[in-house]
Design a protein around this ligand. Structure first.
Ligand code: AMP
Length: 228
């Protein structure tokens, strides 16, 4: 029973692209009253600025490659140090390389993180086979106004073409949600991100979740693990 153990509040969500990290992160945020920081979202925001750095990031994302750690680590660090996040946080898509995991580990040993007990206490790995990934990613979109995520088959709007949350009627697809890019993102996941899994397993932080079922079935499994 969930009540038998602590409630985890410093959580990393891992898993291949399309495994449901964004969807489950949003549910966890709402249930736990914590922010989810998506590394991909923070980077996409950075591309909006039109700055040189933003353009460099956009080029990399649009090819489905990973951006250099320098563009992401400080963005995450700044978010976690905001006073409202002292009660906990959820990270989606960070760390995504062994190098990032080690940099993050060092960061957690700094006095600010230690004093405020901000060390990660759970790494949830959402497992889905490759054949699910393409269907999930190619069918997804988000509300252009409030960002709520939808999927044409697995999570359609209640009224066709109208956002359930804000009533918005415009929906956008991510520029990197194309067949070619997904193939490259999956390749990167296997070669560069998968080695992070044993790293957290050895630390005793990793819990695997079967991410193939409907959204509410997966979120119920996560609820039991997280303990809310
Ligand atoms: P996501 O929204 O998690 O699917 O990420 C979208 C894209 O952002 C990825 O394909 C990468 O190009 C980039 N990205 C996201 N997180 C990271 C990270 N931790 N390190 C490097 N690149 C990242």
């Amino acid at each position: 029973m969930a009540e038998e153990h602590q409630q985890y509040r410093r959580i990393i969500l891992m898993g291949p692209p399309g495994s449901g990290k964004g969807t489950q992160g949003a549910i966890l945020s709402q249930k736990l009253g914590l922010h989810t920081y998506s590394a991909g979202e923070l980077l996409r925001e950075a591309t909006q600025s039109g700055s040189r750095e933003g353009l460099a990031i956009k080029k990399i994302i649009d090819k489905g490659n990973l951006v250099p750690a320098k563009y992401i680590v400080n963005r995450i660090k700044a978010k976690l140090m905001e006073p409202e996040n002292l009660k906990g946080y959820i990270l989606d898509g960070f760390p995504r390389t062994l190098q990032q995991a080690k940099v993050f580990e060092r960061l957690q040993h700094k006095s600010f993180f230690k004093q405020n007990h901000l060390q990660v206490d759970l790494v949830l790995l959402l497992q889905v086979p490759d054949e699910y990934v393409l269907e999930r990613i190619l069918g997804r979109s988000s509300c252009a106004t409030c960002g709520t995520l939808y999927h044409e088959k697995f999570k359609p709007t209640k009224v066709f073409g109208v956002c359930d949350v804000c009533g918005g009627k415009e929906f956008t697809k991510r520029a990197d949600d194309t067949y070619e890019t997904v193939v490259s993102r999956l390749r990167n996941y296997r070669s560069v991100t998968a080695p992070v899994i044993p790293y957290y397993e050895e630390k005793g932080l990793l819990v695997c979740v079967d991410g193939t079922g409907p959204i509410d079935v997966v979120s119920e499994k996560i609820r039991k693990i997280v303990g809310y």
